[in-house]
Design a protein around this ligand. Sequence first.
Ligand code: SF4
Length: 126
Amino acid sequence: MAQEMRIVLRNYGKIDPLKIEDLGSGAVFVLDETRDIVDVVTRIAKFFEHESCGKCTPCREGTKRMHELMKKIRNGLATEADLALISSLGNNMKKICLCGLGQAAPIPVLTTIEHFKNDYITKLPA
Ligand code: SF4
């Protein structure tokens, strides 16, 4: 797990302990191996669904669908097609949501699917 965290941080490139302000409005979550990363991201998806102002459809509907899909994954009811769908949804939201909230909403989902794929795969029914 610690190795995976280092990879995540390295991908942001500019992080320096003396220049943490480079994160801007970003966030760093430090979790130990006892936490279920899929559950954590499901909670974040719920937050973004709640925070969406509803002005534009990609965010209003996207955050709702993303939260639904994350609950489905967390509860062991998703398929590989759902993983592909949530990735596609997230990439579209990044491009077409009207403001930074909607554009940022899918980032926790997309980055954890990229860096913690096994945690998602193990949630799929056998
Ligand atoms: S992207 Fe911004 S403007 Fe669009 S619904 Fe979300 S919060 Fe509102």
